[in-house]
Design a protein around this ligand. Structure first.
Ligand SMILES: *Cc1c(COP(=O)(O)O)cnc(C)c1O
Length: 391
């Protein structure tokens, strides 16, 4: 068959047909251990019975009505998310980028409400916020932006984990209305900032009446060992975006607002035809209920410690391993050289991994993996890296 797909992706030839938990099978019936979970999406693993059942039931009942009508499942989902986040309101989108678009629009309206005509948002170098025009403009990676100029205005990039840079801007620029930042960078190489970084950003935002907007699209939903990564810092954001694991594969994103950012949007200011439809909300409710019942935040914390410690033990004497870092089941292994070919080597050996920022092996396994599967990940990945670095 002729391939009529646009050429924006460069997929590997392998194609999968079936999954169960952390296992997945390709068209030849070969089995793989999935240590990537569809890029942090399948936190409950593949074909989770509770999610599949919820989707099937809802699909047989009612999938979509539009936001012209009240959607009870949306109200329930907002309630669960606000309960876990200690926030006030939610808007639902179909993707992460759209959740960030909502956050950016909120920040601009917040600025205009304070008579700031040209509101500016501080964003970080090395960040990733999505591929729409506004979110790629916010993203701190020239590769994501190249070819799409003119970029959307209103973003000021500063180095990640650099509090002084933010303080300097605060004294110089009266048009700043918000900071948008990832608690741990995902696409940017699993960079973990200083332990008090988010706390300091929180203080600066409070001092200057800015919104602290956290992109928790990758770090949220129990991934790092808490419901949301900022909960390691005992702070609350004013705005938080979610997507990825929220639907375990059902496309859904969310933009949550705390009291400072609540009630900014008025009817007509923002919307999405599909956003928060019954099917997506039902899936997300099943995801949250499962995470609650199985206490997956705590499980991710335990498993993350086991895997990181295991990798550190095995790779202790391996020259070329610069750092093993992360939180919970968001783990990066930085090597001293580009290592993109590791992805194909791992695939060959029956394990799905990813390499980001050229030289960081990234692991984002489902949160439901067994101890044995965690051990297999440690063994597979450390052996792969040892072999790779010995050549
Ligand atoms: C994946 C991701 C996005 C974009 O989400 P999409 O669903 O691909 O639009 C934004 N921010 C972060 C931190 C992400 O990991």
């Amino acid at each position: 068959m002729t391939n009529h797909l646009m050429t924006n992706y460069a997929p590997m030839a392998v194609s999968f047909t079936r999954g169960a938990g952390a296992l997945i099978w390709d068209t030849n019936g070969k089995q793989y251990l999935d240590a990537l979970g569809g890029i942090a999406v399948c936190a409950l693993g593949h074909a989770h019975p509770a999610v599949s059942k919820a989707i099937c039931e809802q699909a047989g009942q009612l999938m979509h009505t539009s936001n012209l009508y009240t959607i009870d499942l949306q109200i329930q989902l907002a309630d669960r998310l606000c309960h876990h986040a200690g926030m006030e309101q939610a808007f639902f989108s179909n993707s992460g980028a759209e959740a960030n678009e909502a956050a950016i629009k909120l920040a601009r309206m917040f600025g205009h409400s304070k008579e700031i005509a040209i509101p500016q948002i501080i964003v970080m170098q090395g960040s990733f916020h999505g591929r729409t025009m506004a979110t790629l403009s916010a993203t701190g990676n020239p590769k994501v932006q190249a070819g799409f100029e003119p970029l959307v205005e209103g973003f000021i990039h500063v180095p990640y984990n650099d509090i002084e840079a933010v303080k300097t801007l605060a004294t110089e620029n009266k048009n700043i209305v918000a900071i948008l930042v990832e608690p741990i960078t995902g696409e940017g190489g699993i960079k973990v900032p200083a332990a008090n970084y988010l706390n300091q950003l929180r203080t600066i935002c409070d001092t200057h009446d800015w919104l602290l907007m956290l992109d928790e699209i990758q770090t949220g939903m129990c991934r790092t060992g808490k419901w949301f990564a900022h909960q390691h810092n005992n702070i609350k954001p004013d705005v938080m975006t979610l997507a990825k694991a929220l639907g375990n594969g059902m496309p859904i994103g969310a933009c949550l607002a705390g009291s400072k950012a609540a009630n900014i949007f008025q009817p007509g200011n923002h919307g999405s035809t599909y956003g928060g439809n019954l099917l997506a909300c039902r899936a997300a409710l099943a995801v949250i209920q499962t995470m609650e019942q199985e206490n997956l935040a705590r499980r991710a914390d335990e498993l993350g410690k086991t895997i990181q410690q295991g990798l550190k033990n095995k790779l202790r004497n391996t020259k070329g391993v610069l750092e093993i870092r992360g939180k919970g089941l968001m783990i990066g292994i930085e090597l001293n050289r580009p290592c993109v070919e590791l992805v194909a080597q791992a695939l060959e050996q029956g394990i799905l991994i990813n390499v980001t920022a050229n030289s960081v092996v990234r692991l984002l396994p489902p949160l439901i993996i067994s101890n044995n599967e965690a051990e297999q990940i440690v063994n597979h990945v450390s052996t792969l890296i040892e072999n790779f670095l010995s050549h």
